[in-house]
Design a protein around this ligand. Structure first.
Ligand code: DLL
Length: 431
């Protein structure tokens, strides 16, 4: 089902007109209400009347996470406090969190785009959605919650963690949709097997997973073990939260809710816009946000855009699945390595489980990459010779994909800490 056909299937021309009109109004809003943006525009000699169409976006400055930190907590707000009805914040590993605010209309749009995403995954008002994203300052839990309610589905607001309760409610309430991070879904499926629950007996049919990078190989693993179809939901708190984009049945990219969030791809080095199809850094401009509109926000996520027609019938532009963030990229002995490359290599080996961690270290002047991966317990009870053969096989496969040598450590079941939210895949001891 297409939740909002007029907005998800409009012609490229109509979309262009809508985006241009909304863009002009957001420019007016930030110019008059946010001193930070007014100053930036004045510095480069641009007045709101200079902006005519969405193409004029290229003359505007970028916004970064640092700008949000510098204006902590409410400096970028374009609405008076009395209009703000909710805050969220990103945890961030260092320093102050980044704070975002929503007016009532912003919350409506947030719910609308998540309802679209759930419908795109095939959910309807008949479904029961178990929301296993964390509730709180993180946008995942409440974002999916409001979107599922808007769809008319029944929500199980269990939040992340509490795995045995998750399994109990999956069975007792008969949840048909699971929303969580992909790493937590992998953990749930493993716990299900351990508890002797037969996935094929559960009514669960759809997974809506996101908030962290995950490969098509992991999708396949989760789909097989939980006997569901899994969809990729993308978003970031600065722009709204989950629902910025979602994959469809064609599984060939994620449709962006581009009537609300205008995407660009720029070169991370030169910041020059790149053509459709080219890979670079994803940049978003909010077109309808009231409380905290952002112009050209640099996500650090790497992707590309595709405006060709999609077999699902939606005409909204698609972004390629995120395989990493520019700041996730490890440079090891001069070679660029993305954790997702290791994940896809690992999951091609049947003995490897989707639980792994990368440990980067430095010995003298030499960078080292240790890959720890869990394998089937029964492999440990087998002959040592066999264990070393598995080790060799995985090591060789990863090395041939990454182009550097790695230290491979096979570890026993449950050695690697399970995550309830975003998994920590990399420990970098060099910094
Ligand atoms: O992770 C919002 C969200 C919640 C998205 C639930 C999807 C589901 P933040 O905590 O601000 O917001 O983190 C945003 O997470 O810039 C990406 O690097 C990463 N990310 C989010 N979704 C995906 C995805 C939420 N589907 C950051 N694939 C983003 C890969 C993702 N990375």
């Amino acid at each position: 089902m297409i939740w909002n056909e007029p907005k998800e299937c409009m012609s490229r021309d109509e979309m262009h007109h809508l985006q241009s009109a909304r863009f002009k109004s957001v420019i007016n809003r930030v110019y008059h209400n946010v001193p930070f943006y007014r100053k930036k525009m004045q510095q480069i000699g641009i007045e709101p009347t200079d902006i005519q169409t969405i193409e004029d976006i290229v003359s505007l400055p970028f916004t970064t996470k640092q700008d949000l930190r510098d204006n902590y907590p409410f400096g970028l707000f374009a609405s008076p406090k009395s209009e703000v009805v909710r805050f969220h914040a990103s945890s961030g590993t260092t320093g102050k969190p980044t704070v975002v605010g929503y007016t009532r209309k912003d919350i409506e749009i947030f719910s609308e785009v998540v309802a679209r995403a759930l419908a795109c995954a095939g959910a309807t008002k008949e479904d029961t959605v178990q929301v296993a994203f964390g509730y709180g300052l993180f946008t995942g839990g409440l974002g999916l919650h409001y979107g599922a309610e808007k769809l008319g589905a029944a929500v199980v607001p269990i939040s992340g963690g509490n795995t045995s309760k998750q399994l109990q409610l999956l069975q007792d309430f008969g949840s048909t949709v699971l929303a969580s991070t992909p790493s937590y879904a992998a953990h749930l499926s493993e716990s299900m097997t351990e508890s002797g629950i037969d996935a094929s007996k559960l009514p669960l049919r759809i997974g809506i997973f996101g908030a962290e990078p995950w490969t098509p190989a992991l999708r396949k693993k989760i789909e097989e073990s939980l006997e569901i179809t899994a969809f990729d939901i993308y978003g970031l708190s600065e722009i709204i939260g989950p629902g910025v984009a979602v994959s469809c049945k064609a599984q060939d990219g994620l449709h962006i809710a581009e009537d609300h969030f205008f995407p660009e791809i720029v070169s991370p080095e030169t910041l020059q816009p790149l053509d459709v199809g080219k890979t670079g850094e994803l940049v978003f401009t909010t077109l309808t946000k009231e409380a905290m509109p952002l112009l050209r926000y640099r996500t650090r996520d790497l992707s590309s855009l595709n405006d060709s027609p999609c077999q699902c019938g939606r005409s909204n532009i698609r972004m390629a699945k995120i395989y990493g963030r520019s700041d996730d990229m490890l440079i090891i002995r001069g070679v660029n390595v993305f954790p997702s490359q290791v994940e896809s290599a690992l999951l091609e080996i049947p003995e490897a489980k989707p639980h792994y961690q990368l440990i980067v270290d430095r010995q003298g002047t030499m960078d080292t990459l240790e890959v720890q991966v869990e394998i089937d317990d029964k492999c440990f009870s087998d002959e040592l010779v066999q264990l070393s053969q598995i080790n060799k096989k995985i090591k060789h496969h990863i090395e041939s994909i990454l182009g550097i040598s790695v230290i491979l450590k096979l570890v026993e079941h449950k050695t690697i800490q399970r995550s309830e939210g975003k998994a920590r895949r990399v420990i970098d001891r060099r910094v």
